[in-house]
Write a protein that binds this ligand. Structure first.
Ligand code: NDP
Ligand code: HEM
Length: 498
C-alpha cells in the first residue's frame, strides 16, 4: 500500500482519516469543522445534472471515419476528402425513456456523431430512421409531450400518442417504421443511421448541392419481436450497454458503410415532393446512394459521465464545405441544442474534454461560471475585435455560398397539398407477409386502451396508405383486444380524409 497516491481534499490537502468523522467525544456529535465530511456530502448532492429532455438514455463509443470514395467535386470539407481519417464519438440513445429506462424498448434510436475535424467539430445528430414524426418545429414540443408521462397519472399514455398521430398524418411514415421490425433493434450495431435532414455540400467553386447522409450497418439488421424484448427486459435493462461495451472490449469493432445522396441545387424546385420535408425520403431510384467510406467504433469511454453524459451534440456544428438547408426543423434544431447544452452543462460546455475541438480555437467570449480556459484570442491585449494586437481574425475564404431564398413571410399550412401517404405505401409494399403481420400486431398492441374514436381516425389514415394496412390492423385489434369498429361522426371522417 506504500505506493498508493495520497487521498486529498479538492484543495489538495492530505486527508488523515477517511473512515471516522470528527466528533466531540467518542459518543458525541460531528463537528462543523470536519470539512472533509462536509465536502463529501456537498459533492454528492451535486452529482446529478439535468438529464437530456429527450434522448436521455444512451450508449456511446469512439471511432474513426475513413473516406475511400471521391466526392471532392461536391464538398471542400477536409474530413470528406479521399483518404481522410477523422476521429469521432458516437452516442446512441432512445428518445422517450428517462436515464434509467430499459434499453430494449420499442422507440426510435438516436444516432449522434461528433467528428473532430481539423476545421472544427462537425456534429451529425441523426436517428436510425430516415424521416421524422413532424415537419414543423412548432409541433416538436407537443409531439414530445405525448411521448412523456401524463401530468396526472405519471404514466405514459397510448391515448395521447395516437390522438396526436391521428391528428398529424405527416407522422404516418415514421410511425410505420417505428412499428415495423426496425423499430426494435437488438443492439446499436444492428441498425442503420441517417442524417435524416437534407444538408448542403459546397465546393471551392462556390457551388451548392443538397445532401442526405446514410450509415448502413455492416453487422446486418437484427431486431427483437415485442415478446423477445419483454423477455430481455425481464433479465436486464442494460442490454445495449452490455452488447456495445462488451463487443468493443472484445475487439469486435462495429462498422457502417457511409453513403450520401446528392441532389443538384436547382432540382429542389422540380421534385414532386419537398426535398426539405423531414417526413420524406429521396427515393434511391431518383438519387442513388454513393459509397464514400466506412465508420468504425473501436474504443470505449473511460468514464461514462464525463464522456457520454457530457457529450454535447448539436446540428449547429458544421464545418466549411457542409451547410444547412431550408428544412424548418433543422433551423429550430440549430437553435435548440446549444441552448439545451448551456442549461444542462453550462456556458463553457464546448471546452469540456469530450467536446473540445482538436484544432486551435480562438474567440472573444469572456469570463462566465467555471471558466478554466481564459480568453482564447491569440493575444492577451486583444480582448475585443477589431484590434491592433494580432488577435484572431476572420478567414473570408471559408464563406458559405449564398443560399437562394424567395417568397413572402407567412405561416404556410404544411398539411395542405402534401402527400403523406405515397412514401409510407412504398415502405409497406417492401414488407413481406411476416413483416406485415408483425407490423399489424405491434400497432394493435400499442393501441391498447385507446378510445375507439381515436383508433378509427388513425385507421382512416392507414386505409389511405393501403386498404390492406387498415384491414390487417383491424383484424389484429380484434385478436388482441376484441376490438370492433367504432362509429365515428361525419366530422371526424372529414378530418381524417383531409
Ligand atoms: P428502395 O427499394 O430503393 O430502398 C429501400 C430502402 O428501404 C433501403 O434503404 C432499405 O434499407 C430500406 N428498407 C428495406 N426494408 C426495410 C424495412 N423493413 N424497414 C425500413 N426500411 C427498410 O426504395 P425507395 O428509395 O424508393 O424507398 C422506398 C421506401 O423505403 C421509402 O418510402 C422509405 O419508407 C423506405 N426507405 C427509403 C430510404 C431512402 O433513403 N430512399 C431509406 C430508408 C428507408 P437497407 O438497405 O438498410 O435494407
Ligand atoms: C437530443 C431538440 C428533432 C435527434 C435533443 C435534445 C433537444 C432536442 C433539446 C437534448 C439535447 C441535450 O440536452 O444534449 C430537438 C428539437 C427538434 C428535434 C427542437 C425538432 C424541432 C430531432 C430530429 C432528430 C433528433 C429530427 C434526428 C433526425 C436527436 C438526438 C439527440 C437529440 C440523436 C441525442 C443527442 C445525444 O446523443 O446527445 N433534441 N430535437 N432530434 N435529438 Fe433532437
Amino acid at each position: 500500500m506504500a505506493d498508493r497516491p495520497t487521498l486529498t481534499t479538492t484543495a489538495g490537502a492530505p486527508v488523515s482519516d477517511n473512515q471516522n468523522s470528527l466528533t466531540a467525544g467518542e459518543r458525541g456529535p460531528v463537528l462543523l469543522q470536519d470539512y472533509h465530511l462536509i465536502e463529501k456530502l456537498a459533492h454528492q448532492n451535486r452529482e446529478r445534472i439535468p438529464e437530456r429532455v429527450v434522448h436521455a438514455k444512451g450508449w456511446g463509443a469512439y471511432g474513426t471515419l475513413k473516406i475511400t470514395g471521391d466526392i471532392s467535386k461536391y464538398t471542400s470539407a477536409k474530413a470528406l476528402q479521399p483518404g481522410a481519417e477523422t476521429p469521432l464519438i458516437l452516442r446512441f440513445s432512445t428518445v422517450a425513456g428517462e436515464m434509467g429506462a430499459a434499453d430494449a424498448e420499442r422507440d426510435v434510436r438516436g444516432f449522434a456523431i461528433k467528428f473532430y475535424t481539423e476545421e472544427g467539430n462537425w456534429d451529425l445528430v441523426g436517428n436510425n430512421t430516415p424521416v421524422f414524426f413532424v415537419r414543423d418545429p412548432l409541433k416538436f414540443p407537443d409531439f414530445i409531450h405525448t411521448q412523456k408521462r401524463h401530468p396526472k397519472t405519471n404514466l405514459r399514455s397510448a391515448t395521447a400518442m395516437w390522438d396526436f398521430w391521428s391528428l398529424s398524418p405527416e407522422s404516418l411514415h415514421q410511425v410505420t417504421i417505428l412499428m415495423s421490425d426496425r423499430g426494435l433493434p437488438v443492439a446499436p450495431m444492428f441498425m442503420n443511421g441517417y442524417g435524416s435532414h437534407t444538408y448542403s455540400f459546397w465546393n471551392d467553386q462556390g457551388e451548392r448541392f443538397w445532401v442526405k447522409f446514410h450509415f448502413k450497418t455492416l453487422q446486418g439488421h437484427k431486431h427483437y419481436t415485442n415478446a423477445e424484448a419483454e423477455n430481455v427486459i425481464g433479465k436486464t435493462r442494460e442490454s445495449y450497454q452490455e452488447e456495445l461495451f462488451g463487443a468493443i472490449e472484445k475487439g469486435e469493432f462495429p462498422k457502417w458503410k457511409v453513403q450520401v445522396q446528392i441532389m443538384p441545387e436547382l432540382d429542389a424546385d422540380k421534385t414532386p415532393y419537398n426535398p426539405f420535408d423531414l417526413t420524406k425520403v429521396w427515393p434511391h431510384g431518383d438519387y442513388p446512394p454513393i459509397d464514400i467510406g466506412v465508420m468504425e467504433l473501436n474504443r470505449n469511454p473511460e468514464n461514462y459521465f464525463a464522456e457520454i453524459e457530457q457529450v454535447a451534440m448539436s446540428p449547429s456544428n458544421v464545418v466549411p464545405g457542409i451547410g444547412h438547408s431550408p428544412d424548418k426543423m433543422l433551423q429550430a434544431r440549430v437553435f435548440s441544442y446549444a441552448d439545451a447544452h448551456r442549461y444542462r452543462l453550462g456556458t463553457h460546455y464546448e471546452a469540456l474534454p469530450v467536446n473540445a475541438p482538436r484544432c486551435p480555437v480562438h474567440h472573444y467570449h469572456k469570463d462566465g461560471q467555471m471558466n478554466f480556459i481564459g480568453q482564447k484570442t491569440g493575444n492577451p491585449d486583444a480582448y475585443y475585435e477589431p484590434n491592433s494586437f494580432s488577435g484572431a481574425g476572420e478567414k473570408p475564404s471559408v464563406k458559405e455560398p449564398p443560399l437562394r431564398l424567395s417568397g413572402d413571410a407567412d405561416r404556410y399550412n404544411h398539411r395542405l397539398n402534401n402527400d403523406d401517404y405515397s412514401q409510407p405505401r412504398a415502405l409497406f409494399n417492401l414488407f413481406d407477409v411476416g413483416q406485415k403481420a408483425r407490423l399489424f400486431a405491434n400497432i394493435a398492441a400499442a393501441m391498447n386502451g385507446v378510445p375507439g374514436q381515436i383508433i378509427e381516425r388513425q385507421l382512416a389514415h392507414f386505409r389511405l396508405v393501403h386498404p390492406d394496412y387498415e384491414a390487417g390492423i383491424r383484424a389484429a385489434l380484434k385478436d388482441a383486444h376484441g376490438y370492433e369498429a367504432t362509429a365515428i361522426s361525419n366530422e371526424e371522417k372529414a378530418d381524417a380524409a383531409e
